[in-house]
Every structure is written in structure tokens, then in C-alpha cells.
Write a protein that binds this ligand. Structure first.
Ligand code: CUA
Length: 340
């Protein structure tokens, strides 16, 4: 390979890496958290970042400034002889001391904040989050509500999450509201969340590689006023309405096709506990790790595609292809969408 060709390839690769890195600076991206902490917990974490970044910039400017100065000031000149010396104890001690003092100075607010955000707030809403390949289960332990992928919370109220995992290690992350917390089988980790405003929708995702559809293990957080939240809880805690009309045929297929081995629809014989609780499936906006939309009728196409062959649209999905006919799929879509 020619020298210039090699250099061009290197330059191209460097530009590609730079472009990728710069894309991380996109303003107002859904998961941008540096300039958009949207709750007290996120703001506390952000303030630590601000202090650290400010000190890092000052250190960078001083160190690079001295480096550039030395390069220019002491560059090679004809007749100039380099000085030959060994060590400078006072300088070395000073250079070890300055960073040590900076790190100790940073440790004080950092450790304070770590303990502060980890504490269980009084009057917090209690939710157990169970991470599974590749979706999230939410149990509102005091409210009798179980749902999946979309966490609904009242704004201005701290939420205390107990984070667990059923299979492998996952990690729960809603960048604008809090830091990350690992979900580890056999352990219960905790995380506090609090959102400022009602009517918001925050994106989140699994942040620990957990298998084929790790990238498809997303989640949403919806915020409501306390009143709206109480209404939502009342609806979600209720059993499913009896299926009528076209939905009744779908319900029959649902109960006979094997769906009930894994899924629950409270108020029916379906009591499976390994897959998402579908009692109020139609009230959600997404499904299957919040990657497919359920927002309107056109998008029901995504539900039909899912039922046709789940692993084909979401690699590694544990729900198998049940070989349903198109007719059965349409009935199931009607039934599932009726579960409001
Ligand atoms: Cu779950 Cu990555």
C-alpha cells in the first residue's frame, strides 16, 4: 500500500471517529443529560460534573500551556546545549501534592452527593423494577399495579426503585432523571428518581450488555400530576374488562394458544408471570422493551408483525413464533388493544 493512500485511510478513520464523538454533543437529543437534568437527583449529579469539568479545564489549560511554552522556549537552536540534571525533589513533591489536594477537594462534594442521592426519601413511591431479557417489569408494591416498560410516576414526588434481575445483569438508566443502577440477579440495588414536571416523557435504556437485544431493551418514563397518577393507578389496579364483540374471539385465541403460560391478564385465567402483564396493555404507548409503538391504528401493524414472529423483529426475544394465522393475529390485535 502506498504511503499517501495509507495516510488518507488514517485521516478518513480519524474523521469518522471524530464525527461519532461529536454526535455525542447534539443538543436536545432525547437522552442528553449534561445540559438537561430534569429533577433534583439529576441536578445534584450534574453539579458534581460541573465542578469536576471546571477544574479539569483549568488543569488542562495550565498543563498544556506550560507544555507549549516549554516546547517553544526551549526548542533546539544551533549552539544551544541541553542541561543535564537528575530529579528535583521539591518540584516532584509539589506536583504530587497538587493533584492529591484537588482529588481530596473533589471527593468531599462527590461522596456527600453519593450518599445524599442514595438515601431513601421520606414518602417515596415504591416501585420494584425487574429487568428481564429484554424488557422491564414494574411492580408498584403498595398500589397493586404491575406493568411493563413504561414507568408512570407523579411529578415532584421521589420514587424509590428496588432494581432486580431475573436472568443476567442489566442496568437501568433514564439519563435525564438519574444515574445508572445495575440490575444483578440475586441482589436488590436501589435508585431514587424524581421528575420536575408532569406531562413529560423521558427515554431510557438498558445500559449493560445483556444479550442479542440489549440495544432493543428500552424504556420510557411518563410523568403525571398527582391527580392524574391516582386515576392511572385506579385504572391499572383494576382487573381487565370482560372482552366483548370482536375482542372476545381474540381473548379465546389468547387463552388457548399458549399465551397464558407466560402472560397474565388479571380477571381471566391467564396468570403467567414470566412475560409482561397484559391486563392494561392497550393503555401503553409501546411494547417489547418500548421499541414498537402502540400509539395509533396504523402502528398496530407493529403488533401484528410481532405476533407473526417475535424473534424475527426483535432478535433473541423469548416469545416464540406460534405459527398463528393472519386471521388469528388480527383477532389477537383487536383483543390486546381492547385491554385499556
Ligand atoms: Cu438488558 Cu442490556
Amino acid at each position: 500500500m502506498g504511503d499517501s493512500r495509507f495516510r488518507r485511510i488514517c485521516l478518513g478513520a480519524a474523521l469518522a471517529v471524530l464525527a461519532l464523538a461529536v454526535s455525542g454533543c447534539a443538543a436536545d437529543a432525547p437522552q442528553d443529560f449534561l445540559n438537561h437534568p430534569e429533577g433534583p437527583i439529576a441536578r445534584k449529579a450534574d453539579s458534581i460534573w460541573d465542578i469536576t469539568f471546571f477544574i479539569a479545564v483549568v488543569v488542562f489549560v495550565i498543563v498544556e500551556g506550560l507544555l507549549v511554552y516549554s516546547l517553544v522556549r526551549f526548542r533546539h537552536k544551533p549552539g544551544r546545549q541541553a542541561k543535564d540534571f537528575h530529579g528535583n525533589t521539591r518540584l516532584e513533591v509539589t506536583l504530587a501534592l497538587i493533584p492529591t489536594l484537588i482529588l481530596i477537594g473533589l471527593a468531599v462534594p462527590t461522596v456527600n452527593t453519593l450518599f445524599d442521592v442514595a438515601r431513601e426519601p421520606e414518602g417515596a413511591l415504591q416501585v420494584t423494577v425487574t429487568a428481564k431479557q429484554f424488557w422491564w417489569q414494574y411492580d408498584y408494591t403498595d398500589l397493586g399495579v404491575t406493568t411493563a416498560n413504561e414507568l408512570v410516576i407523579p411529578a415532584g414526588v421521589p420514587v424509590f426503585l428496588r432494581i432486580e434481575a431475573d436472568d443476567v445483569i442489566h442496568s437501568f438508566w433514564v439519563p435525564r432523571l438519574a444515574g445508572t443502577q445495575d440490575a444483578v440477579p440475586g441482589r436488590t440495588n436501589t435508585l431514587v428518581l424524581e421528575a420536575d414536571d408532569p406531562g413529560q416523557r423521558y427515554m431510557g435504556q438498558c445500559k449493560e450488555f445483556c444479550g442479542l437485544s440489549h440495544a432493543n431493551m428500552r424504556l420510557l418514563v411518563y410523568t403525571k400530576t398527582q391527580g392524574e397518577f391516582d386515576e392511572w393507578v385506579a385504572e391499572q389496579a383494576a382487573d381487565a374488562q370482560p372482552a366483548t364483540g370482536a375482542a372476545a374471539r381474540g381473548e379465546q385465541i389468547f387463552l388457548e394458544a399458549g399465551c397464558v403460560n407466560c402472560h397474565a391478564v388479571r380477571g381471566t385465567e391467564a396468570e403467567g408471570a414470566t412475560a409482561p402483564d397484559l391486563t392494561h396493555f392497550g393503555s401503553r404507548t409501546t411494547f417489547a422493551g418500548a421499541i414498537f409503538k402502540l400509539a395509533n391504528e396504523e402502528e398496530d401493524g407493529e403488533l401484528a408483525a410481532w405476533l407473526r414472529n417475535p424473534p424475527a423483529v426483535k432478535p433473541g426475544a423469548l416469545m416464540p413464533d406460534y405459527g398463528l394465522t393472519e386471521d388469528q393475529i388480527q383477532s389477537l390485535v383487536t383483543y390486546l388493544m381492547s385491554l385499556k
